[in-house]
Design a protein around this ligand. Sequence first.
Ligand SMILES: [Zn+2]
Length: 251
Amino acid sequence: MAADPDLSRLADLIARSRRAVVFTGAGISTESGIPDFRSPGGIWTRYKPIDFAEFLASEAARREAWRRKFATDPTMREAKPNRGHRAVAALVARGTAAAVITQNIDGLHQASGVPETRVIELHGNTTYAHCLDCGTRYEIEDLRIAFAKDETPPLCDDCGGYVKTATISFGQAMPEQAMRRAEMETLAADLFLVLGSSLVVYPAAGFPELAKRNGAHLVIVNREPTGLDEIADLVLNRAIGETLGAAVGVD
Ligand SMILES: [Zn+2]
């Protein structure tokens, strides 16, 4: 690693950290074949997103939301954690990282072995659904089978409320508990490691700024420049899996 000073620096910052926080965005999951929905050509640039108010107001919007969900679901289901996810899981298992804050909705951190309690999902999770009124959980596969019959958008068996994927839609309030936990972990961190986020979506992008202001080292690994490169201690415009995998010693 002596020949690669940036990688040495990353390994050194990780080795010296007593309490790190990992913050992940779409870039870590594109390495697992999950498209970045916000990127050019991504699904949200081809279809107008269905915002939360529309979902609540219109059965047609709910039907369309579920059509899109089931159309994109095979890609999501086939995706497996990659080397980047495994390296993050190793940091958690070794006690270096206390939490993983993620903008991703794919559940791949949990699939890579990070305990559920260590993952803070800012945008929710698309691998299951829940009733918007009473919170009852529903499995996507059961909903898919029922929807295939006549495309009726699902209603809650218990209370009749609308069932929606457990994601945060445009126009939907950020999840309060997740935001609070993310802030607490950010303030407790001495190293804040951003992986695959362009840090343009607020309030999520406020966490690395907060960490840096609070005295933590800020490291950004992202293919493209980000809005916070200037305040970061180390910026690596590289692939996440091979970079973090090498720094952490995980294949
Ligand atoms: Zn319900």
